[in-house]
Ligand binder design. Structure first.
Ligand code: ADP
Ligand code: MG
Length: 522
């Protein structure tokens, strides 16, 4: 067999990179390393090391076909891919060297092409398949068995979950400070409906809730627009970890609350205490970190707390209303840390997910709502989940008031204004404002003569949205941009289309702006 494991794997990576988005590539493939390449009886085995079992589950579920194709392409029909899953012991990474079935050295391996397509991968939340040599989740970092931890993850909310017991690591006489968890108990995984819009974020959250601080996702950042479930999801991690004894001290705070606690600590001369309390947390959840923007002192304090927790293997979970690179007014060193682990987005839910959310909500409130009514609401209210829930609550209130059962006619009548308001057309100026606001460019520049690169790009993006979201002709659109002619508009739209075809980061930016515009059309 020619080549080292690295060169062969690099060939595989080149192929994989061309077939998936940059974000997925960076999250799932960049951290992997090839550790062995062996040939035996005509079968070539490439072993790659995975940082955790969650990677194994995720790759099997989402990239099985791609990996198989890649291996066949690079190694030929007799190529096989093996996984070697890292088991952390004593803080140092001990990797069992690659081995196939029956390998004596403890490295966990799976022969990938052997999986039958009919063999469904495990859904997040179900116990992973037993793989020889794999650590079960009742092994702690140092390889000992932790009391009170079930061998396999329990389904959310299952009874009999062990409460956090007395920690064997707390020295008697030295009391850990009491940490108020500050969690809303209604935000659980059980109540969180999974859809394509939130699958990665939900699966990663679930993995983290099982083993806070022990997955590759530290910190874990969930980002996305308002009302899409960020707060719900990150609190679900806290609620689950607490209820199942996975973390002894959990605290949820909004970044604003963190800031005001910090300011108070300064005023009362209690910084040391503030800092000590936060550093003693096992699972720290900070919501809406974009509000740290511009608050330098708070950021500095948070930076040090972050470092201390991260070094201790404590879990940090964050949320933001946009991807880390777009958050303004946050120091580079902190921003870069936000991207150390995993950043996963939540998107607007698709119709089926919206219906499922409404059905769950109706069930919980104990009212019977006909399927066609749920579908009617879900079809017309699509801006975000909070609005969706609001629409149903309004309808239920009305039904109670008039003492009638909810039907389609009532839904039409009661929600008429809400739904009519749902899609007024945008003006070109609104589009310019939202685009410039997002890209942090003074709005009047898109109508001015300047040819600075960022301005030209913002202008072209705004033109592109104007074409897509308004009924104006190219000529009229040009007039809104400082009287440019229609060929300039065509050129602008074309260059946005070109970049959309080639640049996944750019696509993400466009999608983020589109969500902003969606919110504006209400
Ligand atoms: P965000 O923090 O992103 O603004 P929230 O977490 O506050 O959004 O969610 C808004 C409302 O929608 C909450 O009542 C939440 O319970 C509900 N919600 C959001 N996503 C889901 C989901 N996937 N399944 C069920 N309810 C959801
Ligand atoms: Mg929120």
């Amino acid at each position: 067999m020619n080549g080292s494991p690295e060169t062969v794997w690099n060939e595989c990576l080149a192929f994989i990179r061309d077939n998936i988005s940059r974000q997925s590539y960076r999250t799932w493939f960049e951290p992997l390393q090839a550790v062995a390449l062996e040939e035996e009886e005509g079968v070539v085995r490439l072993t790659v090391q995975l940082p955790s079992r969650f990677y194994y589950e995720w790759l099997e579920e989402h990239y099985f076909a791609l990996l198989r194709k890649t291996i066949t392409k690079v190694l030929g029909p007799n190529g096989r891919l093996f996984y070697d899953i890292v088991i952390e012991r004593d803080e140092a990474e001990v990797h069992g060297p690659a081995g196939g079935a029956g390998a004596p050295r403890g490295g966990a391996s799976m022969q990938l092409p052997a999986r039958q397509p009919a063999n469904q991968p495990p859904a997040p939340g179900t116990p992973p398949p037993q793989v020889d040599g794999l650590p079960r989740s009742n092994e702690t970092r140092d390889g000992r068995t932790a009391p009170g931890r079930p061998a396999a993850p329990e389904p959310p909310g299952s009874p009999g979950a062990a409460p956090a017991g007395a920690s064997p690591f707390v020295i008697p006489g030295i009391r850990k400070p009491d940490i108020a968890p500050n969690l809303n108990e209604a935000y659980t995984f059980e109540r969180f409906i999974e859809g394509d819009c939130n699958r990665l974020a939900r699966s990663a959250s679930w993995a983290i809730a099982q083993q806070p601080g022990q997955t590759a996702f530290n910190p874990f950042l969930v980002y996305g627009g308002v009302g899409l479930g960020k707060t719900h999801l990150i609190q679900a991690i806290g609620n689950y970890a607490r209820a199942n004894g996975r973390a002894e001290s959990v605290r949820y705070v909004s970044s604003e609350r963190f800031t005001s606690e910090f300011v108070q600590a300064i005023q009362n001369n209690r910084i040391a205490e503030f800092s000590a309390v936060y550093r003693s947390i096992d699972l720290l959840i900070v919501d809406d970190v974009q509000f740290f923007g511009g608050k330098e002192k708070t950021q500095e304090e948070f930076f040090h707390i972050f470092n201390a927790l991260h070094q201790d293997g404590k879990q940090i979970v964050l949320s933001a209303d946009r991807p880390p690179r777009d958050i303004a007014g946050i120091e580079e060193r902190l921003l870069s840390r936000f991207s150390w682990g995993l950043a996963a987005d939540v998107q607007l839910p698709e119709l089926e997910t919206r219906i499922a959310i409404l059905r769950r909500q109706a069930e919980e409130s104990g009212t019977r709502v006909r399927p066609e009514v749920l579908e009617y609401i879900a079809t017309h209210v699509k801006s975000n989940i909070r609005e969706l829930e609001g629409a149903l609550i309004r309808l239920q209130a009305h039904a109670a008031l008039v003492g009638r059962e909810i039907d389609l006619e009532m839904a039409r009548e009661v929600l008429r204004d809400l739904i009519k308001e749902a899609r007024p057309s945008l003006t070109v100026e609104e589009i310019q404002r939202v685009v410039c606001d997002y890209l942090k460019i003074p709005e009047d520049l898109v109508r001015a003569r300047t040819r600075k690169r960022e301005v030209v790009q913002a202008r072209q993006i705004a033109m592109w949205f104007a074409k897509e979201l308004t009924a104006h002709s190219l000529k009229t659109i040009g007039l809104h941009f400082g009287g440019r002619d229609h060929s300039t508009v065509i050129h602008g739209i074309q260059s946005v289309n070109d970049q959309l075809d080639t640049d996944p980061t750019f696509r993400e930016t466009i999608e983020a702006i589109r969500k902003r515009l969606d919110l504006n059309t209400r």
